[in-house]
Write a protein of this length. Structure first.
Length: 95
């Protein structure tokens, strides 16, 4: 069985487990956007990486698990930040 674990977000990662062992881990693919050193997740590269990972696998034995992002209570945010700020900063302060 192949399990694909996905931590979404610009600083996330994708991990491949096969038969209970980690076989590969790679950073979330990114691409530059605009002029201010901003980046976004490169969805086509994610597709390519996953397609490469499942090549030759029995598709009935492949599972993908995606972490669900959720807002934290306002009391856990740094002073002056809002819940919207937390997502725009990619939750860096939580890591």
């Amino acid at each position: 069985m192949l399990i694909i674990g996905i931590d979404p977000g610009i600083n996330g990662a994708i991990c491949l487990f096969k038969d209970g062992k980690i076989v590969d881990v790679f950073e979330m693919p990114k691409m530059a956007v605009g002029k201010k050193n901003k980046s976004q997740v490169n969805a086509s590269q994610i597709f390519n990486e996953i397609q490469k990972a499942v090549e030759g696998e029995d598709k009935t034995k492949v599972i993908a698990v995606i972490e669900q992002a959720a807002a934290r209570a306002q009391k856990y945010l740094p002073p002056g930040d809002t819940l919207l700020d937390m997502f725009s900063k990619d939750m860096k302060w939580m890591r």
